[in-house]
Ligand binder design. Structure first.
Ligand code: AHM
Ligand code: MG
Length: 335
């Protein structure tokens, strides 16, 4: 009835985070403030995107190439700057590290009081930007260990089990925020008229198996034979279906809700693949593991990988337990 609908409308993201934090009171206020700032970044980016086709100078390339060697889009720069602006005012974050920045960005006025680092991919699925398709942002929060006086951020080079919060924002027909602080996975939908993220689903559990496999098969001939064998197996087995949007936040969101597997393998020339560990694969692995799924490079769990550098890449196989195990069986049997 009406009461239930009203109760739901009142379950905002900020209230939810505070409830989740009860057992670790010391950090509760911080985590709640951090999540609120991430939500604000999501709202600003969603607003900007929703007007993109109506304004000059929002879509298209800047003409620059980023640290990854990829052409930078105006939307990448905007979203990257939004996170910086939002966290400059939070007092909690001393460093931000993102896909778009060669080195971590320091906010001197927040150092050393801000004991947290934000790692993020401001726009996931950049190739969807100019054609009005789904995009994402990925985030991960870690405690800053030590003073990092040399500015090298070496303390970030530890495994993904050191994340204290992670998640993503999905800019689709509606804007959703999915997060975990190590107590399950919860999704929220932005109500633009309220400007609030309202609870959609609590304690999401990923199915153990799903029909979807999500991979860029255009790379087939660049993969190791084991991946080609897996794809041949999928092709000759009934009930598999392919989905690939170009934005893994949306592809992995589908897998989270409906089951299945998303893969971004390495290639013979680039064995590490395309995706970056600290702000792409590790945060998504944390979410999917918290929902009961798995994420691996094919040989090691993503959350156990210790990076050697900030922008380190890893192959990724992520999703339902059974479907990830099936891919692994091809890799580990060494075809
Ligand atoms: P991006 O952060 O530069 O957009 O790169 C990440 C994206 C993923 O969202 C997507 O799954 C993949 O790159 C698509 O790459 P490809 O075109 O090689 O399939
Ligand atoms: Mg990315």
């Amino acid at each position: 009835g009406g009461d239930r609908a009203l109760d739901r409308d009142c379950t905002t993201l900020s209230r939810h985070v505070l409830q989740q934090c009860q057992s670790f009171a010391a950090e509760a206020q911080d985590l709640s403030a951090l999540m609120n700032r991430i939500a604000l970044a999501g709202k600003l980016i969603a607003r900007h995107m929703s007007h993109a086709g109506l304004m000059e100078g929002v879509l298209g390339f800047t003409g620059d190439v980023n640290v990854q060697g990829e052409s930078v889009k105006k939307m990448d720069v905007y979203a990257n700057d939004v996170f910086i602006a939002v966290f400059k005012q939070s007092g909690l974050v001393c460093r931000l590290a993102s896909e778009e920045m060669d080195k971590p960005y320091y906010i001197p006025e927040n150092c050393p009081i801000g004991r947290y680092t934000l790692l993020y991919d401001p726009i996931d699925g950049s190739s969807n930007t100019d054609i009005n398709l789904s995009l994402g942002s990925i985030f991960s929060i870690r405690r800053q260990e030590g003073d990092d006086t040399d500015g090298k951020a070496l303390d970030l080079l530890t495994n993904g089990r050191n994340q204290i919060a992670a998640g993503y924002i999905l800019y689709g027909p509606s804007t959703m925020l999915v997060y975990t602080i190590g107590k399950g996975v919860h999704s929220f939908t932005l109500d633009p008229s309220l400007g609030e993220f309202i609870l959609t689903e609590e304690n999401i559990r990923i199915p153990n198996h799903g029909a979807v496999y999500s991979v860029n098969e255009g790379n087939f001939w660049q993969w190791e034979e084991s991946y080609r064998e897996y794809i041949r197996y999928v092709h000759r087995t009934e009930d598999y279906t392919a989905r690939y949007s170009g934005a893994m936040v949306s592809d992995i969101h589908r897998v989270l809700i409906q089951g299945g597997v998303f893969l971004y393998p390495g290639t013979i020339q680039k064995p590490e693949g395309k995706l970056r560990l600290l702000y792409e694969t590790a945060p998504l692995a944390y979410v999917i593991e918290q929902a009961g799924g798995r994420a691996t490079t094919g040989l090691v769990d993503i959350l156990d990988v210790v990076p050697k550098k900030l922008h380190q890449r890893t192959p990724l196989i992520i999703g339902s337990r059974e479907d990830v195990a099936k891919v692994e069986s091809f890799i580990q049997n060494g075809h």
